[in-house]
Design a binder for this molecule. Structure first.
Ligand SMILES: Cc1cc2nc3c(=O)[nH]c(=O)nc-3n(C[C@H](O)[C@H](O)[C@H](O)COP(=O)(O)OP(=O)(O)OC[C@H]3O[C@@H](n4cnc5c(N)ncnc54)[C@H](O)[C@@H]3O)c2cc1C
Length: 487
């Protein structure tokens, strides 16, 4: 009997990993489903919690809790995708701006914190007098930076390391004092390996368009001041911490979400689908698979399907790093609480990389009368600290806080978070590697996340959206070719 009620087979997308990349991808698939596309999705997460590196802990204390970030603490507003997603999820009134009046950053210089001159935009001085008066850079170093204005422009499109770029344009002091702690610090990277094009392509673009990054930065500033658009703060966060974003995503996702479910293998089935097996023995049939795991896990999962793609994924290096948050009474800190924190150049040879004054950077991080600090360790600069036990780590960090900020008091409490093999390294020619990985991927298998085209949360959301667009295009093609099944 022929029924009028005909339907095609619903396409099943399996998303592996429940961090911001996996959960935002699920959200974008759900949007398509709600618009009528015949898809369903499952999210598999190996750990017992959602959010991946978005991990916020609240420590109760009187009226207001301490909000402690174990991983990311801020969304860069210049890349709007995470903030847009937060607004889409109804979190617009939970977003808070960075405390812009306290924008000062300190740099450790010969063991003491020295203010970064006002107007320095990442590596570029934009205000002459504060720069000339700064004790951070020698007179020769200042002259060398000034000569950037006239430095020859590189006229090929090849990648170069951040160290080569800064050395070439601004000289070694700019590399040591500005670029290494501030630019490489974001990636926990080594400047002499870090790809310029994968991490700060805008510097190359400024060199091309303006003949100089100083001129390019000044032009961008002039454009910004001439614009009538309301000024946005450079960073934002959520009142309850960044994990509020992934918690809200989970609460709004209405499909099959599985915790403590590690994907163990992917097999190609003869019908073009994939047969997935989890470590706890569940099996799933997928029409498309999106891997948002670290690249080395994706490599292991894809090796039986393509050794070429697995080798390329496995070649993305990872470093380990950690944070320790410490709470103090305000009176315990001798240092002026007028900045976001202190960065430590590699040349200072200290066991910590940076200190953030979390409760100065954002409001609602600590109750009145308290200060919350966050110290970064590990990465490329102090890898040995990753193997210290908690007592030794605390002792070392307290000694650093004593020397750098004059803090003699013991913290009221502290929290240590270690992130093992968590920081993907964008080494020279990283973007070429990513292009090659994407070309080699088997049909209907996709990869996204921090390992590829940006480590920040906004980059992860953007990349997930792009990956889902590709998946949905594939799904639509399959659906349009499928013979209709009569019910
Ligand atoms: C200390 C620190 C500070 C940071 N600060 C900032 C910041 O201020 N701003 C910013 O924008 N970014 C920051 N970042 C970067 C940002 O947090 C990360 O790049 C981003 O959260 C990565 O998200 P993801 O979903 O791609 O990966 P992850 O969060 O790593 O998620 C991947 C998930 O996959 C799961 N998984 C792994 N293997 C399997 C498997 N076989 N089966 C199922 N699941 C699996 C993992 O358990 C994990 O939950 C910071 C990172 C760190 C570590």
């Amino acid at each position: 009997m022929i029924s009028a009620n005909t339907q095609s087979r619903t396409q099943h997308i399996v998303i592996v990993g429940g961090g911001i990349s996996g959960l935002s991808a699920a959200w974008f698939v759900q949007q398509a489903q709600q618009k009528g596309l015949d898809v369903r999705y499952t999210v598999l997460e190996s750990s017992s919690r959602w959010g991946g590196k978005l991990l916020t802990e609240q420590v109760e204390s009187g009226d207001e809790p301490f909000i402690i970030e174990a991983g990311p603490d801020a969304f860069l507003t210049q890349k709007p995708w995470a903030i847009q997603l937060a607004r889409e999820l109804g979190l617009g009134n939970r977003l808070i701006n960075i405390n812009d009046q306290q924008r000062t950053t300190y740099v450790l210089h010969h063991g003491k914190p020295v203010k970064l001159p006002e107007g320095v935009a990442l590596i570029v001085p934009t205000k002459l007098m504060p720069f000339l008066r700064s004790p951070l850079i020698s007179w020769w170093g200042k002259l060398r930076i000034g000569l950037e204005w006239f430095a020859p422009v590189k006229d090929d499109d090849h990648d170069e390391t951040l160290a080569d770029f800064v050395h070439r344009r601004l000289g070694d002091e700019a590399l040591d004092i500005f670029a290494e702690p501030m630019l490489a610090g974001i990636y926990n990277a080594e400047t002499e390996k870090q790809s310029l094009l994968a991490t700060f392509p805008r510097f190359r673009q400024m060199e091309r368009e303006h003949g100089s990054v100083i001129r390019g930065t000044l032009a961008a500033r002039r454009k910004q001041s001439a614009s009538s658009a309301p000024k946005t703060a450079p960073f934002m966060t959520l009142m309850g911490g960044t994990q509020e974003l992934t918690d809200t995503l989970v609460s709004k996702l209405n499909s099959d979400l599985r915790l403590q479910t590690r994907l163990a293998s992917i097999e190609a089935a003869p019908d073009g689908r994939y047969h997935l097996t989890t470590e706890n023995g569940d099996t799933l049939e997928a029409d498309a698979v999106l891997l948002t795991t670290p690249a080395y896990t994706a490599a292991d999962l894809l090796r039986p399907l393509s050794t070429e793609v697995a080798d390329k994924l496995a070649s993305i290096r990872y470093l380990s790093s950690g944070t320790i948050s410490l709470a103090f009474h305000t009176g315990d800190i001798q240092y002026p609480l007028d900045g976001f924190g202190l960065v430590v150049p590699k040349s200072e040879q200290r066991p910590i990389n940076a200190i953030t004054l979390s409760s100065v950077k954002f409001t609602h991080r600590a109750p009145d009368g308290y200060v919350l600090l966050r110290v970064f360790f590990g990465g490329s600069r102090s890898p040995e600290t990753m193997s210290y036990d908690n007592d030794k780590l605390l002792q070392v960090v307290q000694q650093e806080l004593r020397t750098m900020l004059g803090i003699e008091a013991a913290p009221i409490f502290h929290r240590i978070y270690r992130w093992n093999r968590a920081n993907p390294q964008y080494d020279l020619n990283h973007l070429e590697l990513v292009d090659a990985i994407e070309t080699d991927l088997p049909q209907a298998i996709y990869v996204t996340g921090a390992a590829f085209r940006g480590v920040g949360m906004p980059d992860c959301v953007y990349q997930s959206q792009q990956a889902v667009t590709k998946i949905l295009k594939h799904v639509e093609q399959v659906l349009s070719k499928q013979p209709e099944v009569t019910a």
